[in-house]
Design a protein around this ligand. Sequence first.
Ligand code: CUA
Length: 308
Amino acid sequence: MWSNLFGPRGASDYAREVDLLSMFLLGIGLLFALGVFATVLWFSVRYRARPGHTATPTGASRGLAVLSIVGPLIAVLGVFLWGFRVQAHHMDVPPESIEISASARQWMWTFEHEEGLAEINALHLPVDVPVVLQVESEDVLHRLSLPAFRIQADAFPGTPANLWFRPTREGSYHFFCTEFCGTGHSTMSGTVYVLDPITYEHWVTGDTASMTPEEAGELLFAAFRCESCHISTGKGTGPALVGRFGKDASFDDGSTGIFDAAYVRESLLEPAARMVSGYQPVMPSYKGQLDETQISQIIAYLESLSDG
Ligand code: CUA
């Protein structure tokens, strides 16, 4: 419950620090607000004007005055020092960070890994390794915002901003452009895929030449975290894919067909076109993220799940 109070569930150690500080501020704010309300209520009952009772001033209390100045002063200074430490951590890029350039233009994000791999509106990262994004724009002002990691940075032309964080949880997380940059602003979003280090290593080095199409497809399946929805038990938001390839399928529009290569390809590029009946149109399109070779590798992998 608390983890969702300040946005999507945090997925970096920085997110934990920010949430803790936010929670403290919220708590201290509530404490003061309730204290004031309770005092007002108590006084208005206890000292209300009624026959036989008139309000008489009691004179100043030095102790109360000192307490009401020094107490909040210490609290506010404490919050300042705490916030300063969190911010200092945010500025202090660890030297072992992976460097990735994040380039914005109307209207897409391009991420380039040190190994030369470039991605559009998608970013693959290893878990538990610090990364620094060099955020820059090729045209107008944009802003890269990663809510699950509690960070964002403006993208200026010519002046890269360093944005570092350490993802602490495998999963997929949305990112957005949060600076209005033209008619396509709302489409400038994508997904960060946080992977286990071995899958990431295979992914980023493009080490698929030595793999069979099924193996390469399995890597892609892991890299895009398809299994987070297509859970093999069938309880996920997408249908289980084991044993499905080549079989008859019924679709939500009432039609039937075969769960074949053409259908998988269509579903990757235009997921909402025909859904397996009983499932919601929640799958994102991988148009622009997967090339034809990769699509055929995924098909080969799904086919292998139905063998035997
Ligand atoms: Cu780019 Cu809004």
